[in-house]
Design a binder for this molecule. Structure first.
Ligand SMILES: Cc1cc2nc3c(=O)[nH]c(=O)nc-3n(C[C@H](O)[C@H](O)[C@H](O)COP(=O)(O)OP(=O)(O)OC[C@H]3O[C@@H](n4cnc5c(N)ncnc54)[C@H](O)[C@@H]3O)c2cc1C
Length: 335
């Protein structure tokens, strides 16, 4: 198919349509090069639908594997030059407006199984942290309550060494099942994963498929009380029912990030549709019409002001992925 050259003038809508078709055409070429799988490919999938910030451009191709075997086949057979990015439920992601090139992998229901054996829980990487905490409660297992306050998946929790209220994933992990970039499976222990504050050190293109976590026997009433306490604390201190990505920056040595941001006078600061939350100033929020560029630009402005006023260099905790640019058109949104 041929497209008009750049010298052809067009109205804004026609130009948008051409940009969209260009992305679609490129994606069709990419999809033609991808291996046959049992799962589902979607071309130009609108990622703003699956991220907490509700912003971001399309994935060139979104792949939802049927199961771990399907994912292995995909990784083993995909062309080497095709980049792969895995996402969970997008609660720690800022997808840029130009979208993500290559294939974005999203783990669905087949990866959400949770089983209990003794004091251990095995959870698929697509299982929600909250559901793992609920299963632990039903099984009378304590130590996993903190997961009830983290709105991501087990895969995202492993990558981020997610934590809250004094516990992190590294404290409760026995073993993680992970696929390397060529689809080979590895069973890794906590030591192998090189956990530090909000990160694990395994290669960025490795994909967690499951985790074995351990709890301790506890009283269900006490576990339930702790989970309620966590829920209440979040309602009181964090913006809820609004598009946000949680804590924007890691806590620097010796001070909470929100305190440094507050000291720099950034509470309530706005850029386009993006705003520093009034309630918790380490949270950025999309007030409705923000672009990813607004949110990232505001974050960078906060970093600049904090450095200027306090001398502290804030480091992004939120993962920013994709390419900048105008939104390259709506995805097909088929699921
Ligand atoms: C309101 C709110 C409150 C939050 N509170 C907390 C908190 O208290 N503590 C905390 O730690 N975090 C918190 N977060 C951040 C976020 O929930 C966690 O980082 C969570 O672990 C991200 O999981 P996810 O599935 O959403 O991953 P995503 O945001 O989709 O991805 C995050 C990173 O994980 C990688 N990833 C996702 N799945 C996999 C996989 N299967 N294999 C390999 N890599 C993978 C992605 O590539 C990306 O780099 C909060 C977020 C929000 C919106």
């Amino acid at each position: 198919m041929r497209f008009p050259t750049a010298s052809v003038t067009c109205g804004e809508e026609a130009c948008d349509e051409m940009a969209r078709m260009a992305v679609m055409t490129k994606s069709v070429h990419l999809i033609d090069r991808l291996p046959e799988v049992r799962g589902r490919y979607s071309v130009a999938y609108d990622l703003s639908k699956v991220t907490w910030f509700r912003v971001g451009g399309p994935a060139e191709v979104l792949f939802r594997p049927a199961d771990a075997e399907d994912l292995k086949v995909f990784l083993a057979r995909k062309p080497a030059d095709v980049s792969v990015t895995v996402i969970g439920v997008g609660s720690n992601l800022l997808v840029r407006d130009g979208g993500v090139r290559g294939v974005v992998v999203r783990l669905g229901r087949a990866f959400a199984e949770i089983t209990v054996e003794g004091i251990e829980i095995t959870a698929g990487a697509g299982a929600l942290d909250l559901n793992v905490a609920k299963v632990a409660l039903d099984a009378g297992l304590t130590d996993l309550e903190f997961l009830s306050g983290i709105p991501g998946t087990i895969g995202g929790a492993l990558r981020m060494n997610a934590g809250a209220y004094g516990r992190e994933v590294k404290d409760v992990l026995v073993e993680a099942r992970v696929l390397d970039a060529s689809g080979l499976e590895h069973n890794l222990t906590t030591d192998d994963l090189g956990f530090t504050y909000r990160r694990s050190s395994i290669p960025e293109d490795w994909i967690f498929v499951a985790a074995r976590l351990k709890g301790r026997l506890g009283a269900s009433t006490e576990i339930a009380r702790r989970m309620r306490e966590i829920q209440d604390a979040r309602e009181t201190t964090q913006p809820t029912r609004i598009a946000t990505g949680g804590s924007t920056f890691k806590n620097p040595q010796g001070e909470a990030a929100w305190e440094a941001i507050d000291r720099a006078g950034c509470r309530g600061l706005r850029l386009g549709g993006a705003m520093v939350s009034e309630k918790h100033c380490n949270f950025l929020v999309n007030t409705g019409e923000a672009t990813a560029a607004d949110l990232e630009g505001l974050g960078e402005e906060v970093r600049r002001r904090v450095r200027e006023v306090t001398g502290v260099s804030l480091e992004w905790e939120i993962r920013r992925i994709g390419v900048p640019g105008p939104r390259t058109g709506p995805g097909n949104g088929d699921g």
